[in-house]
Write a protein that binds this ligand. Structure first.
Ligand code: AP5
Length: 208
């Protein structure tokens, strides 16, 4: 199955994508994770992407489209994949259509206030990327990753100014994709503002 997960920053796409892709045994392709790894490795893509990401802006379409083209060509995508964070603009959606068919587009719907609260409280492990939330998913020891003992940090783009910018960019660039996929009769909307367990239950029903 080829799935796109859409939703505001902080809607819970990454959290749910991890569970869903394990269940379906397909790769979880998170463009945000790929870009953060490129930044850490100081690759040419990472060096270009960093200034956009830190400010809450989108990385240019041509870079993102090439990245996805390469990624979904790989063998592990033959039986399907889940895209988390792509497409994010109309040109990206149109380019994707030329590269692959899509079976389902799921939007996790949350209010702005929920997204802001989740992103402001998110903590990410510097070493293994595991994600926590100071209220909803706190680590056992403050500031330390349960999984690997790494340091928990606040992502540069989880600072207030960048969060507000990301929400604005979503409204301008990504929201039009909802109508686009609705017209193609691929869209399902799920209330992402509930607990993690309630959301995954509905997600699993929607893909069966
Ligand atoms: P990316 O990493 O994709 O960021 P995002 O879309 O803004 O999404 P987030 O990871 O912030 O949120 P999420 O919805 O995955 O929520 P999560 O599960 O983490 O992209 C980062 C940047 O890269 C972009 O801003 C852009 O610059 C660039 N980029 C990436 N793709 C691009 C593209 N295609 N084109 C151009 N640029 C691109 O959850 C958030 C928090 O909430 C966590 O702490 C979690 O524990 C908590 N939480 C999750 N679910 C629940 C729940 N149900 N109840 C309570 N807490 C919850």
């Amino acid at each position: 199955m080829r799935i796109i997960l859409l939703g505001l920053p902080g809607a819970g796409k990454g959290t749910q994508a991890k569970i869903l892709t394990e269940e379906l045994n397909i790769p979880h392709i998170s463009t945000g994770d790929i870009l953060r790894k490129a930044i850490e490795d100081k690759t040419p893509l990472g060096l270009k992407a960093k200034e956009y990401i830190d400010k809450g802006h989108l990385v240019p379409d041509d870079l993102m489209i090439n990245l996805i083209k390469e990624r979904i060509k790989r063998k592990d995508c033959r039986e399907g994949f889940l895209l988390d964070g792509f497409p994010r603009t109309m040109p990206q959606a149109e380019a994707l259509e030329k590269i692959s068919t899509i079976d389902k587009v799921i939007k996790l719907k949350v209010e702005d206030e929920v997204a802001i609260e989740r992103l402001s409280g998110r903590r990410t492990c510097k070493k293994c990327g595991a994600m926590y939330h100071i209220i909803y998913l706190p680590p056992k020891r403050e500031g330390i990753c349960d999984r690997c003992g790494g340091e928990l940090i606040i992502r540069e783009d989880d600072k207030r100014e960048a969060i507000l910018k990301r929400l604005e960019v979503y409204r301008e660039e990504t929201r039009p994709l909802i109508g686009y996929y609705r017209k193609k009769e691929l869209l399902t909307i799920i209330d992402g503002g509930r607990s993690k367990e309630e959301v995954i239950k509905d997600l699993l029903i929607s893909i069966r």
